[in-house]
Design a protein around this ligand. Structure first.
Ligand code: ARG
Length: 435
């Protein structure tokens, strides 16, 4: 029977009931829903809004229900409208009248806003742990392959020599910013909406500060309308998750290139690669491709959330039920991607000789050649021009800056001497820059 059976004369249409139900998605919030109800009931008891005896009954039965759900000795009814209704009706079936008092001064609107916040707080914790693990793996990998010279690129053209560790440092910085963003978004999320009621609060002498602090919030919402209808925190988190996916996707794009025979800078472990059903020689970077592909899915979740919220009048509207599918999917996807990505990086083999070889072609020390002439007193623009001519000469002769004889250098600029070869050695180029 529905909560609103008094007002209605007919049962809900079966198919419409399924359409209206959110149980498939919000079941995962059962712990948080029960924790919220325990905090609410305890506060009602303390404030004398319900009797101490009823409060005791509610709290201890809710604890039991929670344990049974965790152990799997009780299952959630898939036909229930949502997790809030299911828990409340189970409670009432078991303890009778006391159970009917739980919802005093509360609405499912503040209840669901609370449950999502509590659930996402847990999700943020798991994600933070994964990102920290990734940072450790990146650090470990940099130390495993120190002083490995590789080409740095701009426009996918060899640009200047860098080291593998320098390349990884760029990703370390990205993921550190992601952690910062996550912390920052958490601050704004950690405000309790409980006590907002359906939209206009309640006339009961509830203690909002008490429930907020019992549930580990930093405060409670000042506006009850905003309390029930704010989903900024879902949008912000989806945005943070999208940026994480941008970073993972860029990293994967590079790994995919680096695994190709054209680059062969790295080799992924067999456990994180796949073969082909027809081409026996293939070893494909499917995991990296899939992570790159999943980024689209997380961006979709963000756009979905923005679109659901953009036209909603105050306060709660059922459209908002769509929030959970989107934000949970975004979290689940990012967690899944990291679960595969972290060990893939951890186990990959770096091929320093191939990186070094690629760095030796493509004149990536041309800037250093120009800087050498600047050191000899030439203005940078002139040094740049002379080096350009030297590069053109090398290309014409099929040589590199390292193999061009000194007489040829001197023909273009008198200032060159033997020191040029030390100045343009790739190892010196990266050392000079502190890479
Ligand atoms: N399942 C609903 C949601 O996720 C819970 C709140 C229902 N409130 C209501 N007034 N129908 O948003």
């Amino acid at each position: 029977m529905k909560l609103w059976a008094g007002r209605f004369s007919k049962e809900a249409d079966k198919k419409t009931n399924d359409f209206n139900s959110s149980i498939a998605t919000d079941s995962r919030m059962f712990r948080e829903d029960i924790d919220g109800s325990i905090a609410h009931a305890s506060m009602l008891g303390k404030q004398g809004i319900i009797s101490a005896e009823d409060c005791e009954k509610i709290v201890s039965e809710l604890e039991k229900i929670k344990q049974e759900l965790i152990d799997g000795t009780m299952t959630i009814d898939p036909d229930a409208e949502d997790i809030h209704t299911f828990i409340e009706s189970t409670l009432t079936q078991r303890i009778g009248d006391a159970g009917k008092r739980l919802h005093t001064g509360r609405s499912r609107n503040d209840q669901v806003a609370l449950d999502i916040r509590l659930t996402l707080r847990g999700e943020c914790e798991k994600l933070t742990a994964q990102l920290n693990e990734l940072l450790c793996v990146l650090d470990k990998k940099s130390k495993e392959y120190p002083n490995v010279v590789m080409p740095g690129y701009t426009h996918m053209q060899r640009a200047q020599p860098i080291t593998f560790a320098t390349h990884l440092l760029a990703y370390t910085e990205m993921f550190k910013r992601d952690l910062d963003r996550l912390e920052d978004a958490k601050k704004r999320m950690n405000i309790s909406p409980l006590g907002s009621g359906a939209l206009a609060g309640t006339g009961y002498p509830i203690d909002r500060a008490a429930t907020a602090s019992a549930l580990g919030f930093d405060g409670y919402s000042k506006s009850t309308l905003d309390g029930v209808s704010d989903r900024d925190f879902c949008i912000e988190l989806a945005c943070v998750l999208s940026i994480i996916m941008v970073h993972l996707s860029r990293f994967c794009e590079e790994l995919i290139l680096w695994c190709s025979w054209e680059f062969k800078f790295v080799e992924l472990d067999d456990a994180f690669s796949t073969g082909s059903s027809i081409m026996p020689q293939k070893k494909n970077p499917d995991i990296a491709e899939l992570v790159r592909g999943k980024s689209g899915r997380v961006f979709g979740d963000l756009i979905g959330l923005l679109t659901v919220m953009k036209g909603l009048p105050l306060a709660y509207n059922k459209d908002m039920q769509e929030d959970k599918d989107a934000i949970f999917d975004a979290f689940d996807t990012v967690k899944m991607c990291l679960t595969a990505f972290i060990p893939m990086i951890d186990t990959m083999t770096v091929l320093p000789a191939n990186m070094r070889k690629a760095a030796a072609g493509g004149f990536i020390n041309a800037t250093d050649c120009a800087d050498y002439l600047v050191g000899k007193g030439l203005a940078f623009r002139d040094a740049y021009k002379a080096t350009g001519e030297i590069v053109a000469l090398c290309i014409q002769k099929g040589l590199t800056l390292e193999t061009l004889p000194l007489e040829e250098y001197k023909k273009i600029c008198e200032l060159f001497d033997e020191g040029i070869y030390t100045a343009i050695s790739l190892e010196n180029c990266v050392k000079r820059r502190g890479l």
